[in-house]
Design a protein around this ligand. Structure first.
Ligand code: 6AU
Length: 260
């Protein structure tokens, strides 16, 4: 049972080397927190990354909301990731045909392939999107991984039924490149795949725009290996204190899950 296995054991079962690295760093830093740094200024993201960095496993960005994006920002972010030992995920939610996606991944202003360890991808266009992204990784020497979005957190999402099932099979079949699934429930029994679950907040149940929130223990019991927290931390009066509190609650829930 995937949910009962400790991260360190699952690191050995993962087919993607980056999934193994991620599981190992989660174990050694004792954190299963993925911080959504959805901020508009590079300085604010760097400050948050430096403060919360020692306590998170992944820093997740949406680079297309940044108003002063530049290459220096990426260099500094990569530096912080190395220093504090976290991975970078660009939550681009690629969702077009293979050729377009491979161009969006590699070129343009953001050159995501050059710096993002992990990316998010919608399975909507079919399994060939994964091959296209692999093509986009040509000559990139560092390991790369994909989180496939099987199920969204928002109210009324269309990611249900057969769509969801096909997304899971797609991830399982491509587990050499797919690191895990973005979803709300325990959908895959494959111990080498990670479940990334967004929609986590302690003080709210929604955001007024149909985001749905659960508490740390609920999402970990629903199979989350990494829980995404954004505004629960970025909008707190003390971001470090909030990050530490989410980290503590998420890790305790994980320990309870594997030991129960
Ligand atoms: O904690 P929040 O609501 O401030 O932020 C949640 C973060 C945002 C969303 O773009 C992202 O998680 N997200 C995703 C991801 C990670 O792909 C999928 C989803 O279904 N819901 C969701 O909120 O950066």
């Amino acid at each position: 049972d995937r949910l009962k296995l400790p991260y360190c054991k699952r690191a050995k079962l993962a087919k993607n080397p980056l999934a193994s690295k991620l599981l190992e760093l989660m174990e050694s830093k004792q954190t299963n927190l993925c911080l959504a740094a959805d901020l508009k200024k590079t300085d604010a993201i760097l400050e948050l990354a430096n403060t919360a960095g020692p306590h998170i496993a992944v820093l997740k960005t949406h680079v297309d909301i940044i108003e002063d994006f530049n290459e220096g920002f990426i260099l500094q972010l990569k530096d912080l990731a190395k220093r504090h030992k976290f991975l970078l995920m660009e939550d681009r939610k690629f969702g077009d045909i293979g050729n377009t996606v491979s161009l969006q991944y590699r070129y343009g202003l953001y050159k995501i392939a050059e710096w993002a360890d992990l990316i998010t991808v919608h399975p909507i266009s079919g399994a060939s999107v994964i091959d296209a992204l692999k093509k986009g990784m040509k000559n990139i020497t560092e390991p790369r991984g994909i989180f496939l979005i099987a199920e969204m957190s928002s109210k009324g999402t269309l990611t249900t039924g057969d769509y969801l099932k096909s997304a899971v099979s797609m991830a399982e079949e491509a587990s050499n490149l797919v690191v895990g699934l973005v979803c709300q429930s325990n959908l895959s029994a494959q111990s080498g795949l990670l479940q990334l679950t967004p929609g986590v907040q302690l003080s709210k149940s929604d955001d007024g725009l149909d985001q749905q929130y659960n508490n740390p223990e609920t999402v970990i019991n629903a199979g989350a290996d990494l829980a995404v927290v954004g505004r629960g931390i970025t909008e707190a009066s003390n971001c470090l204190k909030a990050a530490l509190e989410y980290k503590r609650q998420l890790w305790n829930a994980y320990e309870k899950r594997i030991n129960s």
